[in-house]
Design a protein around this ligand. Structure first.
Ligand SMILES: [Zn+2]
Ligand SMILES: [Zn+2]
Length: 641
């Protein structure tokens, strides 16, 4: 068989020898190799002498039966996978993006390449936690000879052929950032094949029909003539000043009907079968998906029924928990920042009712009172911090004690439990109008950002930026608006920008700006009459945020640092010195500030955006939080509400 008669190639393990990998052409020129194998039919292949579809060699005269079909290219033959995003106009519309005016390109490493059925598709651990794995049926182009700076007219000369791909996506991770490479790089997330159709059989790749079929139901269907950027344009575009070696795989985009665009939303889950069918000639790529078993995402918490109800010491109150919030600090505690012994009960955002009272507790507290508990407890009265507090504040203040305890953080069990004990000095009454669920996040997130705003010492009408809109930021926006400041909310994550826009309408920020938008700096200038912001409350640990915010301040402006950047806080010294910028650290409200905050919240109708969970659902709260799977504050409801 001469090379010129080759039209369809497969790479496979033959029934005759499970240790061999062969290249060949299916004997039946019409057989849909993937579909036939999935149905249990025998597929015969005329074996070629080569060991790669990139140089398939000549006929050996032998015929073999496929035992296991492989992706047409091995991982080692694929330098990179180039992906084209939003290349079907209906798909761009379903994910809420305008049709791109230039090809949107992302890259996948070759470790994404996965074989067709019977190889399983993989649901990555990181997308199992919130069921954010998704399917994308795509036409894949395989480059056959080195391409660089090729014109659209010549582009197809460099194409070896076409096959099917499933551009398996992890939506939470994808939408958390503007760069898609992380979310598209998980091992095995690009099943490919099985049949590579050479371009001699498909002279015009815009005349194919593509379907995505989930568990037997058609979810995606389109002609490839709907591609916004057709194959010659994509190859030419990608080759500009760029070498595309032979073996490069280009996945050309997916038509409408992906899980995230459906109502209700759909996802790829363990046990799902997804087939990508491209006709004529290419046929069907099928995988049955399985959960990746090992990975770093594990259940952080374990629900236990063998923990005794604690007994309050003389200066303690026993609280029956109704709601408990989950905070970024809980994640740090889990990772071992506090080096505390295990097992340990998390959550430092408790709200509930008093169940019993220690003998030395003042009579302001009664069984049945509705209360919240703030973070800091047990001042030792025997350290530098306590000495300072006694001299300067005139009373002990556990926030500054070197030996303090913190419920759910340091040396005290927290609120993911039916009962917890608290030092009475950290307990605060809740008004009846404030629900336990709304009260819980005030105990850390609220108290942190309320104090931070106080640290900024603003006057009514002054402009303040809240940078980083999560549990703290969303409360910070509302506190600042209700206090009469002019408020700019800044984030670079869709989830943060969405939270900022969804606060109660009477407390909406004056501006919501995307950190990554090149116009944002100009807009802040305009908003502040070119003077700059009076203050910025930086609620994020994103490394770039603090100095960026300091650059937006007016002379003598105040930056209040609340987030903890991994790389430390760094500032441009010229900006800091010449503008005499004030940088303040801020940790948490005093008890008087906490009481003021709670009254203020009730008075102004301030609301946290909550995701309410049961105790059972909370076992993987940390993993989901790490995956940024929650919009707003996760709050666990304990017992009867
Ligand atoms: Zn916290
Ligand atoms: Zn102390």
């Amino acid at each position: 068989m001469a090379a010129s008669t080759l039209q369809r190639l497969v790479r496979f393990v033959p029934k005759s020898n499970p240790s061999k990998i062969l290249i060949g052409q299916p004997a039946d020129k019409n057989v849909d190799v993937g579909a036939a194998l999935r149905k249990g039919q025998e597929v015969a292949v005329n074996v070629l002498s080569g060991s790669s579809v990139l140089s398939p060699g000549a006929s050996t005269g032998a015929t073999e039966i496929i035992d296991r079909v492989l992706s047409p290219l091995a991982q080692s033959e694929v330098g990179t996978v180039r992906g084209v995003g939003m290349n079907y106009s209906k798909h761009a519309a379903e994910i809420g993006a305008p049709p791109p005016t230039i090809p949107v390109i992302f890259m996948r490493p070759s470790t994404c390449i996965n074989d067709p059925w019977p190889a399983p598709g993989i649901v990555p651990r990181v997308s199992q936690v919130d069921e954010s794995a998704d399917y994308e049926a795509e036409l894949a182009v395989v480059i056959g000879k080195t391409a660089k700076n090729v014109s659209e007219a010549d582009a197809l000369d460099y194409v070896l052929g076409y096959t099917a791909a499933n551009d398996v996506s992890s939506r939470t991770q994808q939408l958390n950032q503007s760069q898609w490479s992380f979310s598209k790089s998980f091992d095995g997330a690009c099943p490919l094949g099985p049949t590579l159709v050479l371009k001699s059989l498909i002279p015009d790749p815009s005349k194919l029909r593509i379907r995505g079929i989930k568990n037997g139901k058609v979810h995606q269907e389109s002609g490839t003539d709907d591609l916004i950027f057709p194959v010659p344009k994509i190859v030419s575009w990608l080759s500009q000043s760029t070498t595309l070696p032979a073996g490069t795989v280009i996945i050309t985009g997916t038509p409408a009907g992906v899980g995230i665009g459906r109502k209700p939303k759909d996802a790829l889950r363990h046990g799902d079968e997804y087939a990508v069918e491209i006709l004529p000639h290419i046929g069907t790529l099928t995988n049955i998906f399985e959960n990746e078993k090992n990975g770093f995402v594990t259940k952080f918490y374990q629900l236990r029924d063998d923990v005794p109800t604690p007994t309050p010491k003389p200066d303690e109150i026993l609280i029956r928990i109704a709601a408990a919030g989950f905070c970024h600090t809980d994640l740090m505690v889990y990772r071992g920042v506090t080096q505390g012994p295990l097992p340990f009960t998390g959550s430092h955002e408790p709200a509930g009712t008093i169940a019993s009272i220690g003998s030395d507790v003042p009579d302001t507290w009664h069984v049945g009172d509705r209360v919240g508990v703030t973070n800091f407890m047990d001042p030792c009265d025997n350290c530098k911090g306590c000495k300072w507090a006694t001299q300067v504040i005139g009373a002990l203040d556990p926030r500054y004690c070197d030996n303090k305890t913190m419920c759910g953080i340091v040396s005290r069990d927290g609120a993911f439990a039916e009962y917890m004990t608290a030092w009475y000095g950290a307990v605060v009454h809740l008004p009846n109008s404030l629900s336990f669920q709304q009260a819980a996040p005030l105990m850390c997130a609220g108290a942190s950002v309320w104090h931070a705003l106080n640290q900024a010492e603003l006057q009514k009408g002054q402009a303040v930026a809240i940078v980083g809109i999560g549990g703290l930021g969303v409360l910070g926006i509302q506190f600042a608006k209700a206090k009469g400041y002019r408020v700019v909310a800044i984030d670079n994550r869709d989830v943060g920008l969405k939270l900022a826009s969804e606060v109660p309408s009477h407390l909406k920020p004056d501006l919501i700006l995307n950190f990554d938008d090149p116009e944002t700096i100009r807009k802040i200038s305009g908003f502040t009459d070119d003077i700059g912001l009076r203050a910025a409350i930086v609620c994020t640990g994103a490394d770039a945020a603090s100095d960026w915010a300091a650059q937006r301040l007016q002379p003598r402006g105040v930056l209040v640092a609340v987030g903890i950047p991994e790389q430390g806080l760094r500032f441009d010294p010229m900006n800091l010195l010449f503008k005499e910028i004030v940088v303040k650290g801020s940790i948490h409200c005093s008890m008087q500030e906490t009481r003021d905050m709670i009254d203020f919240v009730a008075e102004h109708g301030i609301l946290s955006h909550l995701t309410l969970l049961t105790m059972e659902e909370a076992e993987d709260i940390a993993a989901k939080s790490e995956a940024q799977a929650y919009t707003g504050r996760p709050v666990v409801q304990v017992g009867e509400q």
